[in-house]
Design a protein around this ligand. Structure first.
Ligand code: FMN
Length: 179
């Protein structure tokens, strides 16, 4: 049976390249992985005072992450670091301490940026956080994509067949990693 991957995208932008990457990966991985792309727009800033009665968007996100076999993190890089949207989602999902939604689960990271290092620094900040939370994080292949809107064609698919093949390999390895 297909494994289920919750997908967290670290950008709220309508034309987000990283959301496009998530959708393109969902398409490439169909038949291999079942994606659940979780909206983060309504997830408020983490506040311990809200934990007793968490907002609906937080409950929804955590339930969907817990229900999945794995989480795929698709993140931009902001100012050589991890965007607040992604860190905020991770902080909510990390609770309660030691029994967070990622603990014991498989994970993988990808990202796209027009910048030269293709989100490598943002990803390198996310990795030790997820490992500390007890996630089984896949190390390779690393997906640092240097690209802009032209990485995708008009229908949202990855334009270059070589890039599609690489992403298909990434998803195949991730499916094995989850299993
Ligand atoms: C506040 C801010 C900081 C940024 N810093 C970086 C950066 O450090 N490295 C990088 O490659 N791109 C950086 N960018 C450019 C983003 O990679 C680009 O806007 C990208 O499209 C954002 O991802 P998205 O399309 O999924 O929203 C930055 C953009 C913003 C808005």
């Amino acid at each position: 049976m297909e494994k289920k991957a919750a997908v967290l995208v670290g950008s709220l932008r309508r034309e987000s390249l990283n959301r496009k990457l998530a959708l393109a990966l969902e398409d490439i991985g169909s038949g291999l992985l079942n994606f659940d792309i979780i909206p983060l727009d309504a997830v408020p800033l983490f506040n311990e005072d809200l934990e007793a009665t968490p907002p609906a968007a937080v409950l929804d996100m955590k339930e969907r992450v817990r229900a999945a076999d794995a989480t795929l993190f698709i993140t931009p890089e902001y100012n050589r670091g991890l965007p607040a949207v992604m860190k905020n989602a991770v902080d909510w999902c990390s609770r309660p301490t030691g029994k967070g939604a990622f603990t014991g689960k498989a994970g993988a990271i990808a990202g796209i940026s027009p910048g030269a290092i293709g989100t490598a620094l943002a990803q390198s900040q996310l990795k030790p956080i997820l490992v500390m939370l007890g996630m089984r994080l896949m190390g390779q292949p690393e997906v640092y994509i240097q690209g802009g809107p032209a990485y995708f064609d008009a229908s949202g698919k990855v334009a270059d067949p070589k890039n599609r093949d690489f992403l298909a390999l990434f998803l195949k390895r991730f499916a094995v990693w989850i299993g």
